[in-house]
Design a protein around this ligand. Sequence first.
Ligand SMILES: [Zn+2]
Ligand SMILES: [Zn+2]
Length: 337
Amino acid sequence: MFLISPHKKQFKANLHCHSTFSDGKKTPQELKEMYRKKGYSVLAITDHDVPKNHSYLNDENFLTITGYEGYVRPDPSAKFDVYAPEIHVNFFARQPDNETMICYDPAYCQFMKKEEQAKLVRAGSERPREYTHAYVNEYIQTARDNGYLVAYNHPYWSMEKEEDILAYEGCFSIEMCNYGSYLMSRLEYNGALYDKLLVAGKRIFCHAGDDNHNFFPEDHPRCDSFGAYTMLLAEDFTYEAMIHAMETGEMYSSMGPRFHEVSMEGNRIHIECSEVGSIYVFTGSKRPCRIHAAQGEVLTSADFEIDDRARYVRVSVVDAYGNAADTRGFFRDELEF
Ligand SMILES: [Zn+2]
Ligand SMILES: [Zn+2]
């Protein structure tokens, strides 16, 4: 069976992006131009508490995913505190025309004028947002009930505990890398956290996004575009197919390398990828399967035998610059071994 099928097309996506509709510096049109030129086919413009359909930008080779980034902070006035934890989630609309605001709270609507807020389609409780597990779970469930897929954003930046993330239900995927945060700290590559969630039995996929705000130009070392992306696998290039790829985990996260194929036959796994220095298969054990290229050489494939105590299987490849690509975790009941 294929974990990454060579028979599907791969569509490069940035699933986390800010525009002039919130605190980003680029207009949606400028973002489309930038990303299209770099080979992207999909862009989710996810402004802070600004649900927006940008499908006026779509053409036969470029799709925008409707959605936004929602958040909950401990302070009821939503005041930002660099030392306090908070939760950010991306809402991706199953239907492009869905601009529903989930759990409207004016304290969080800082980027929308009062007149625009008055026109919002709203769903869910409108009491002030509460930074509690119960409230966050209600927030996520309300979004799901109103046509959104919900992703968990930048776990390192958010400073939440692992137990908090485990307590949240209903997120389909977590950011393996959030490039904006990675540029700040180098620590927002979340391979270790992702394994801990999988070992705990959490059924969650992984993806990556830039979370770009574009305060710096493209040739600047602090440019936050084009550092982390998601490859969506599908046969057709339609909105529906992109959403389907996301919700069924037909995708992988990358900061550079590409997967061409990952397949399993019995307990044997076969991996084909772009040129890398190391290939790992994590299974929840202390000893991942791994192979490293000899000095001055590269790897483009690997084969391993997975031991019969493997809790799950996930593949990670790392190129000469230290940039990784990661598949999601596949649990044993999804695999035929
Ligand atoms: Zn965020
Ligand atoms: Zn963001």
